[in-house]
Design a protein around this ligand. Structure first.
Ligand SMILES: C[S@@+](CC[C@H](N)C(=O)[O-])C[C@H]1O[C@@H](n2cnc3c(N)ncnc32)[C@H](O)[C@@H]1O
Length: 141
C-alpha cells in the first residue's frame, strides 16, 4: 500500500505539511551517529513531528535495546515531539502509545496509564519557531 504523504493541499500551503516516506525516515536515522542508539535514555526531539514518522522509527530502534516494559517506559520518556497542528499531535501520540502496548502486551495495566501520561507531557502542540524565539529572548535577559 502506498503511503499518504499529504492530508490536503491547503495544509501543504499553510503548514508545509508533507510527510516523510518511511524509507527516507530510515535512511535519515541511519545518518545519526551510532553512539546515539546505544543508550535507551538518549533524548530525541522532533520540532515539527507531524504524525510522528521520525518518532516511530526512533522508538522502534530504542525498543530493540529494552529488556522489559520498564525499559520501554524509559525509551518512551526520552522522545519528544512538537507540532503546530493538534490533530497531528494526537495521531503521533496514538501511534507511539499503540507501539508501546503492542511491544509489551503482558505489562501491568498501570504501565499503559504511565505511557499515556508520558506521551501527554512529551508530545505537544505548539509553534516551535515562535516558542524558540521567546525562550531565546528570556535567556538573554
Ligand atoms: C514537512 S511536515 C514533516 C512532518 C514530519 N516531521 C515528517 O517528516 O513526516 C512539517 C510539519 O511541521 C509542522 N509545523 C509547521 N510549522 C510549525 C511550527 N512553527 N512549529 C511546529 N510545527 C510546525 C506541520 O504541521 C507539519 O506537520
Amino acid at each position: 500500500m502506498s503511503e499518504k504523504l499529504i492530508k490536503s493541499k491547503q495544509r501543504v500551503k499553510d503548514f508545509a505539511e508533507v510527510f516523510t516516506p518511511k524509507h527516507i525516515v530510515k535512511d535519515m536515522c541511519d545518518l545519526v551517529p551510532e553512539e546515539m542508539w546505544v543508550n535507551v535514555e538518549t533524548t530525541f526531539l522532533e520540532p515539527a513531528c507531524g504524525t510522528g514518522n521520525f518518532l516511530v522509527e526512533i522508538l522502534e530502534r530504542k525498543f530493540k535495546l529494552c529488556k522489559d516494559w520498564e525499559d520501554g517506559l524509559r525509551a518512551l520518556k526520552s522522545v519528544y515531539g512538537v507540532d503546530i497542528q493538534q490533530d497531528n499531535v494526537e495521531e503521533a501520540k496514538g501511534r507511539l502509545f499503540d507501539m508501546y502496548i503492542k511491544q509489551y502486551p503482558k505489562a501491568p495495566a498501570i504501565s499503559g496509564l504511565i505511557a499515556a501520561q508520558i506521551l501527554e507531557r512529551n508530545i505537544v502542540c505548539g509553534d516551535f519557531i515562535k516558542d524558540q524565539m521567546i525562550n531565546k529572548k528570556r535567556r538573554r535577559k
